[in-house]
Every structure is written in structure tokens, then in C-alpha cells.
Design a protein around this ligand. Sequence first.
Ligand SMILES: [Zn+2]
Ligand SMILES: [Zn+2]
Length: 327
Amino acid sequence: MRGEAMKMTIFGARGSYPLSRRDQLRYGGNSTCIHFQTASGDDLILDGGSGIRLLGDEMMTRQFGSGQGRAYILVGHTHWDHILGYPFFAPFYRPGNRFVVVSAGQTNAHIREILSGQHEDMHFPVPFEDLSADLEYLTFRPGQHLALGGFKVETVQLNHPGITVGYRIEADGAVATVFTDTARVTKARLGDGMGGPDPDDGFSKEFKSRLAHCARGSNVLVHDSHFLEHEIVGRYHWGHSTFEDALEMAHLADVGTLVLFHHAPEHSDAVVDEKLAMARDLADGVSVEAACEGMTMELGRSRRPQSGEWQADVVDWGADGGQKGAL
Ligand SMILES: [Zn+2]
Ligand SMILES: [Zn+2]
């Protein structure tokens, strides 16, 4: 159902690897996948963890089932938990569907090579060439602004190995920012070009303010909250945060709602409940939720609407199939 505002739905909230355990059914065991849809029906997918299979089934009941669908896919980064669902994404196998895979330039390989690598015959029986949908690739540098159909997207590099990107996604006057995987910068510097590995006060301050600028005034900030505080000790270089780090960013960026995300695979529903309760105790004006499969949020108008000065660095075709040009 289309609404009057951008809608965000979580299809996978788990980090590191998907799993299915009886005591995790409420928050779900699928790895990361978030779907956004504008009021006019433009589709944007962030990450292809195992949750994308469920999203694909839903999309096949719409125009993607008859090969008339178009969608953008934002690649956060290419660790396994964020890409392992693509080979099982049904709309890729329907001729006529069109996808634009939007990714930061990766240091070691083009995104097409990384995705097709999952289809090599020692891993998977269906060759990448058998994907009958039309896949195009759009590459950017973190920090660039992207105009993707009805979505205005800002990008920022996160503190995680390789090149990992956080996205600010704006449509219909509402904003959601997603920082899927990012480590506590005061403890470790990770990622290509981050100048690591040692923490540095000046860098940490500058880095946090860059992230806060990206998330500024968002209706919703979806943020890595993988570890509990006693678990992160000795694992600062694993590339993840706690709910305290997520709350700090939510306050710095003055967001409306914080959604805790990338739950550790070993955390039961009871542990995630406890994490949520502790975060709410410290929330100080920010509303806090924990991401779970099937959670849908219709985002209201931005508390601090985007200024008119926003300019795209990279513009792609709109989902209506129009020509390249300004929004
Ligand atoms: Zn991850
Ligand atoms: Zn990762």
C-alpha cells in the first residue's frame, strides 16, 4: 500500500550471519536488508543480506513479478552478511526487471565482480550470467550526493574494514539515515583511507562530526548496536558499536528516532529487549526502537527539512525511466 510519505521496512536486522533460533523469532534471524519506498512507489533497497529473499517474494507480487519493476540497490559494504541474499532474490531472475546497483568504488574489485563471485560454481549452481534482469552499476566516492529517482541520497564512509558507506536517504520531505556497521572511533580506526590504526582525538572528533552532519535532523537513524558494553572490550577492531555509541550519534545529530540495528547473532530476544530497555533509560529525548523483521515505519515530514542548496554529484535515471537530469 502506498502512503503519503516514505516508508521504511526492515527485512533483516541481524549482523554477521543469519540464523534461526527459537528464542530469536521476534527480532528475526535474517541478516541485513532494509527497503524504502516513496509515496509515488519508487523502490530502494539497502543491503542484500538473507532478508532480501523475503523482500524479493513481496516484490514479485508487484510489477517485478511481470518483469516491469525498477529499483535501486544501495551497497553498504560487501561483507558476507550484507550480500549473501542476492543469489536468492527472485526479481533478479525475471526478464524485464531493471536494477541500478549503487556502490562506492571498492579498493580491490568492481562490485559486479564481488557479486558474481558468489555465483562461481564451487559456491552456487546458477551462473551470474543467468540473472535475466537488467543490472546496471553506478559507482561513487563516499561524501558524494546521489539523485536516484525520487530519492536524494548523501553518503559518508563509516569506521569499518574496507570501504563501508553510511547513507542519508531523503524522500517525500522525510529523512532516514542508516549506519549499518561502524566501530567506536575513539578505540580503533578501520577502513581504507582512515589513516589507522591508532585512535587520535582530533580525527575522532572530526569523524564523529562528519557522521553527525550526514544524519542531521533525521526522522530516523538506524545504527549499528551489535555489542553490549562488556562484549566490546577487546573487540574494538571488529568494526561495531554498542547502543551507547548509537545514542551518542543520535544526540549529536539531533534525530527523532533511533533504531538499534545489526543485532549480534548470539543475542536472544530477551537480550535485545534488555538492550532496548537500557537504551530507553538513557535516551534523553530520543525515541528508541530495536529493529525487527517486518518492522515498517512511515516516516513523517522531516523535523529539519533539507535546505534548497542540496546538489547532486551523481544523477541516475529516475524510476519512471526518464532521462538523466536534475531531480
Ligand atoms: Zn555486518
Ligand atoms: Zn562488515
